[in-house]
Structure formats: C-alpha cells, structure tokens
Design a protein around this ligand. Structure first.
Ligand SMILES: O=C(O)CCC(=O)C(=O)O
Ligand SMILES: [Fe+2]
Length: 235
C-alpha cells in the first residue's frame, strides 16, 4: 500500500485541480492493478466487511445494490482514503475561499474524521457498488450530514470488457443557465475525483456556485463494480 500512497502523492495535482475546474472531474492514471481491483470486487461477498447493504430500488435511488464498509476498512480502501485526502483538502480549501465559505478543511484525514465523529457522524461511508444489466444509479449527492467534505473519489474495479453502458455521469446545475453534463471515461484501476455538492465556476462577475450531482446510466450488459470513497463519515 505504501507504493499506492507514494504514487498518489506524486500525481500532478495542479493538472488534476485544473481538470476539476474545467470539466468538473479529474481522472488519475490507472493506479490499482487488475489483481487489486479483482480482490476488492470479490470482497463484496464477505459479509463481515460491511455495516449495511442498500437495495437501491427500495429507496428510489435507482436499481442495483451497494454495501457500506465497516471499520476497520480493508487496507487498500484505508490507504486510498488517507492518501487522497491531503491533496484534495488543498483543492477544497481553494474552493471554500472562491465560494466565500468559512470551512477550512484540515490537512490530514484523521483530523476530519475526529471532527465528524465529535459532531454525530461516526459511521464509515466508503462503499462497494454492484450493477448488473438493467441497473442504474440516479443523480444524487453524497452528503450524509452537516459536515460534508466537498470532493469524493470513485474507483473503477471492473475490467473494460466486463460490462457495457454504465457511464459515470455528472450534471452541473449552473445558476440561471442550462445544466451541463459530462460523462467520465473511467477505466479499471483509475480513480475519478468528483465534487460532492458545490463547485465554483468562474463567470464574468467572479466565482459563482454550481450544484453538482452524479449518477450512473443503465448498465446494458455484464457486471460493473466500483469503490466509492467519501471522506466525511455519516450521521
Ligand atoms: O458507480 C459509480 O460510478 C458511482 C458510484 C457513486 O455514486 C459513488 O461512489 O458515490
Ligand atoms: Fe454517489
């Protein structure tokens, strides 16, 4: 896991931040090898790893299933959450300033978690999602409580040839303008970095606030599995 953390620290975070600004998302190179992806995907069946399972249709969230990990998180998930956080916190603090928000995000993830846990958000939010033919995930925001760190990560676990359809899609609701859509061309082992709710957008008069939502279009064939990493915990 040390190499994964080192690889994350060594990414071109200036370029990733620029992609987040311009496109609303950023995509890393393939950081997880196929064996690591397959092991994470297979852990879906290990009940002892999870605190709860959500059948999306039951809540009107879409169709398909996801499972929230219990603490302690699997090593790879813990390593990703810890290593991705500091560079994302630097971007989040720039976003806070642009949006005139008072949040100052701590530079390490353990401090953010301590803050969540002290304010009634103790439950782990990283999750595994599984979609089969016909499944989809409606546009949503992963807030989980008053403390919501503004960026999150989605890791593609499935090989490209294991499913069709199932595009990770972002919609940006621009104030007094038409909404913009982006489809994230994510492949196995890549990490998509996406906004949780608010994204600053530069307009003629300065920074304005767009509301972002993400979802997944219908999987047409095969099986698609992702790992979602949300940095705040849940109430
Ligand atoms: O499966 C995906 O690509 C998106 C999953 C998702 O909504 C999330 O990780 O928050
Ligand atoms: Fe989500």
């Amino acid at each position: 896991m040390d190499t994964l953390s080192a690889q994350i620290a060594a990414l071109d975070w200036t370029a990733l931040g620029r992609n987040l600004d311009d496109l609303g998302y950023a995509l890393t190179p393939r950081l997880l090898d196929p064996a690591t992806c397959a092991a994470l995907a297979a852990s879906y069946h290990d009940d002892s790893r999870f605190r709860s399972t959500v059948t999306m249709a039951r809540h009107g969230y879409g169709k398909g299933e996801y499972r929230y990990f219990a603490y302690p998180l699997p090593d790879a998930v813990q390593a990703l959450r810890t290593a991705l956080y500091p560079p994302l916190a630097a971007i989040a603090n720039v976003w806070s300033e642009r949006l005139g928000q008072t949040d100052i995000w701590p530079m390490t993830h353990d401090v953010l978690l301590a803050r969540c846990h002290a304010f009634g958000q103790p439950r782990p939010t990283p999750l595994l999602l599984r979609y089969r033919a016909g499944d989809y995930n409606c546009l949503h925001q992963d807030l989980y409580g008053p403390i919501h760190f503004p960026l999150q990560a989605v890791v593609m676990l499935s090989p490209d040839d294991s499913y069709t359809g199932g595009a990770l899609t972002l919609v940006e609701n621009r104030p007094r303008m038409q909404s913009r859509v982006e489809v994230v061309p994510i492949h196995q082992g890549q990490i998509a970095l996406i906004p949780v709710r608010d994204k600053p957008r530069l307009v003629a008069t300065g920074w304005s606030k767009s509301a972002m939502r993400h979802g997944v279009s219908t999987v047409l064939s095969g099986e698609r599995q992702t790992l979602g990493i949300i940095f705040h915990d849940a109430g």
